[in-house]
Write a new protein. Structure first.
Length: 331
């Protein structure tokens, strides 16, 4: 009998130990959970304060940017006064160009005393690498008598830019091509679906501005992520703008910040020393400051200069005549 009692006591003791452990674990976990929850609440509160501070900073910066735009828009007329006096400009736009940017640049040209001779809208077929052969065929079949295309202009951007520059741009003192020759080129490219004239037929001008969007859109033959297509389209626009430059007094390629990133057209120009030496670029055309810079860049082109303006990669200054990036005065 004593052995039986001892066994029962032993079993009860073991059970009591496990019960105590279980109770201790429960009480301990509750204490730990309470502490952890309190810590998470503190972290959440700190993070919320950081979010609120950042949101406040962002709101202030947005307000400051809007105020700067209002100031630039209000003073732009005085800044641009006679910058393009007696100058004519033909406006080209890519398929992704924002209509507001096109209209804003056109107004700035007029405010500077210049004359817009019309708008030529490049279509998706124009910039699509899959349409390159068809575009080259259309171009080479309508070269007017007396016009010699550059031997190095073989890609679709360079070739079409060279031809459109030959019929729509003219250096100082040189007469334009006869109307029938110009009309043949423009009508052929229009009927082929490569260009349109939103404001009616364009007339010859001394200078050209090409307005593009925030980034290139992938073409139909692009890769799954669009990267190869973006590069091809950006290159087409970049070479087109550069080819125009050689036919008149100069050209400017203006777009939004995205066009200066990756394989955007402005990025393509700035990555090529030959292109950037000829064509000026502006990467903030959606802002009043960028539209002012675009007109000042046209003025600079007319006198033989070029530059890279805005706030994007490889921009040398925020605008024409400003100190270059790094704070040193311009050379």
């Amino acid at each position: 009998m004593p052995d039986v009692i001892s066994l029962r006591q032993h079993a009860v003791s073991i059970a009591a130990i496990f019960l105590a452990l279980a109770v201790g674990m429960v009480l301990g976990s509750q204490t730990l959970a309470s502490g952890l929850l309190s810590g998470l609440r503190d972290d959440k509160s700190d993070l919320q304060h950081q979010v609120d501070d950042l949101q406040g900073t962002n709101n202030q910066l947005t307000h400051d940017l809007a105020a700067a735009d209002e100031f630039n828009a209000a003073t732009g007329g005085r800044v641009l006064h006679d910058a393009l006096a007696n100058r004519t400009v033909v406006v080209f736009s890519t398929p992704d160009a924002d209509p507001g940017d096109v209209e804003g640049v056109t107004r700035a040209i007029v405010a500077a005393g210049g004359t817009s001779t019309g708008r030529v809208a490049l279509t998706q077929a124009f910039v699509d690498p899959a349409e390159a052969d068809r575009l080259r065929t259309a171009v080479t079949n309508v070269v007017p008598a007396g016009v010699q295309l550059r031997t190095g202009a073989i890609d679709q951007g360079s070739l079409s830019g060279d031809l459109l520059g030959a019929v729509l741009l003219l250096p100082d003192g040189q007469p334009p091509l006869p109307d029938p020759d110009r009309d043949l080129v423009l009508n052929t490219m229009s009927s082929g679906g490569f260009i349109t004239f939103p404001d009616g037929p364009a007339r010859p001008a001394q200078l050209a501005v090409v307005i593009t969007g925030g980034a290139t859109a992938p073409d139909s033959a692009g890769t799954a992520d669009g990267s190869a297509a973006d590069g091809n389209v950006g290159a087409v626009v970049a070479r087109f703008a550069a080819a125009l430059d050689g036919r008149g007094l100069g050209s400017v390629l203006a777009g939004r910040l995205g066009s200066a990133l990756g394989s955007g057209p402005i990025a393509m120009v700035r990555a090529d020393s030959a292109l950037t030496a000829a064509t000026s670029t502006v990467d903030d055309v959606n802002r009043a400051a960028g539209r002012i810079s675009t007109v000042l860049a046209l003025q600079e082109q007319a006198t033989g200069g070029s530059g890279r303006y805005g706030t994007g990669p490889k921009a040398t200054a925020v605008t024409v005549g400003a100190a270059p990036a790094g704070g040193q005065p311009p050379a």
